[in-house]
Design a protein around this ligand. Structure first.
Ligand SMILES: Cc1cc2nc3c(=O)[nH]c(=O)nc-3n(C[C@H](O)[C@H](O)[C@H](O)COP(=O)(O)OP(=O)(O)OC[C@H]3O[C@@H](n4cnc5c(N)ncnc54)[C@H](O)[C@@H]3O)c2cc1C
Length: 435
């Protein structure tokens, strides 16, 4: 087990856990039940700030806090950084945040800057093309491999910031206002602030009262193809619009190409991880589509292909629970899973991290609760419309009716201007400043 920072015996007389239930809903978390014993052999840690989850949100939050001189411990359920998940595309808002965190220039040399976008019909006919900088000179579109992004975050964090094999199994409030986390291995951790960055199945979000994200009716298969001798693609993203299905591919580096296929499915279906099944399904579904795609699928290593049913959660005002309760808060997919149709899930997670760290740093001598509420107010106004918009864009792109698809591809697409479509990548933020 990796050593954690600030290991110390915890004074349990001051920290009586309220419930022993696994992730009780928020309305129940004020009831008291005294713990009889501390599980034998279990470590007890006391921390100021715990981040749950070492994905993009968790590591970005921890790094932003670190830049502001605030220490945090990241608890990750996996044994090491989750390096699967192929690649994702970051727009200028994502890159600006990475620059603010001081890692943008570490990443840029590894990944191609994408110049433009080409939309094709499933028969291979070019329907429309755009150059990003023609629409917005400040736009920066670059895919990043998730593995490299996470490793870069980790390399900028102080040693032992991440505690692996640390799955949070229960959350409780204590009498002194702290939060008590219990890990699957029996360790207990008491923290003044808990930041849930634990993804779409977030235990922290469940504890705050959020429902499960909603399946939106499409499944994505995505992969990262590898061409040891280099590929010949131009640095553009190519989309192929079919009926009830669509695909896309973009070169990530001189040797790697990210691709995805998204298709309608009435249910999320069984969990399929067998790469040969996923490749075969992708080949079958795109058999008559432009030849590049088949070749790219064929160049995908077995450990670089995954299937994901797409989900989101709309944060309806007055209906959705607040993003925080006391000093527990959620960030990224744990709070606002969104469909990938605008390429904004990770970009927004990075934005959340920066804003939250700034609010917490500003609250050192003030109220943590108010800082978290301020974070929620600021971020909700950005997140809610984007989640809805991403969902609606997906619905249009997944249309099946041949007449409606013909109208979409031959009339609507010709009228669209990309600049206004990408206005959501304009993001103004307070620089990270030590208070
Ligand atoms: C098909 C697809 C394509 C996408 N493309 C893009 C794109 O191009 N651009 C973009 O910006 N976004 C994109 N996204 C969205 C992006 O991937 C997510 O928004 C982003 O990865 C969210 O990161 P996260 O850290 O919030 O969650 P996650 O990456 O899910 O990380 C959560 C972490 O928490 C850990 N964890 C969970 N439970 C526990 C527990 N109980 N205890 C301890 N640890 C725990 C997990 O192991 C994991 O490491 C895409 C998403 C999909 C599905």
């Amino acid at each position: 087990m990796a050593a954690a920072s600030s290991l110390s015996l915890h004074n349990w007389s001051q920290a009586l856990p309220l419930r022993r239930n696994r992730f009780p809903r928020v309305e129940n978390h004020t009831k008291f039940t005294r713990l009889r014993t501390i599980r034998a052999g279990g470590e007890v840690l006391k921390e100021d700030i715990i981040v749950v989850g070492a994905g993009i949100s968790g590591l970005a939050t921890s790094l932003s806090l670190h830049r502001l001189g605030m220490k945090s411990l990241v608890l990750e359920q996996a044994e090491s950084l989750r390096t699967g998940g192929t690649s994702l595309t970051l727009f200028k808002n994502g890159w600006q945040v990475l620059d603010e965190m001081g890692i943008g220039d570490d990443l840029r040399p590894h990944f191609l800057e994408i110049q433009g976008m080409i939309v094709k019909s499933s028969g291979g006919k070019e329907l429309r093309s755009f150059r990003f900088k023609d629409e917005d000179k400040s736009q920066e579109v670059r895919p990043v491999e998730r593995r490299v992004l996470l490793e870069t975050f980790e390399s900028h964090l102080p040693p032992a910031t991440i505690r692996f094999s640390s799955e949070v199994s229960s959350i409780n409030k204590t009498r002194n206002g702290e939060t008590l986390l219990e890990l699957v291995d029996g360790t207990r951790v008491s923290a003044k602030i808990v930041i849930g960055c634990d993804g779409i199945r977030s235990p922290v979000a469940r504890w705050l009262g959020f429902s499960k994200p909603n399946y939106v009716g499409h499944v994505a298969i995505r992969g990262l193809a590898y061409y040891p001798d280099g590929h010949t693609l131009q640095p553009n993203v190519t989309y192929v619009y079919g009926r009830g299905s669509r695909a896309g591919y973009v070169p990530v580096s001189p040797t790697k190409v990210y691709w995805f296929l998204c298709f309608n499915s009435p249910s999320p279906g069984p969990r399929i991880t067998d790469p040969s099944v996923l490749k075969e399904q992708s080949r079958q579904m795109t058999m008559d589509w432009p030849i590049d795609l088949q070749d790219i699928i064929n160049h995908t290593p077995d450990d670089m292909i995954i299937r994901t049913p797409l989900v989101d959660r709309w944060l309806w005002p007055s209906i959705s629970p607040p993003a925080s309760s006391g000093s527990v808060v959620v960030v990224g997919d744990a709070w606002h899973p969104m469909t990938p149709n605008l390429g904004q899930g990770a970009c927004c997670a990075l934005e959340d991290s920066l804003v939250l760290a700034g609010k917490l740093a500003g609250a050192v001598s003030g109220s943590i609760k108010e800082a978290l509420r301020s974070y929620e107010r600021e971020r909700w106004a950005r997140i809610f419309p984007l989640t809805v918009r991403a969902n609606l864009v997906g619905a249009v792109l997944q249309l099946e009716n041949p007449m409606v698809c013909a109208l979409r591809d031959n009339v609507l697409l010709k009228m669209v201007r990309l600049g206004p479509m990408l206005e959501h990548t304009n993001f103004k933020f307070e620089p990270l400043k030590r208070s």
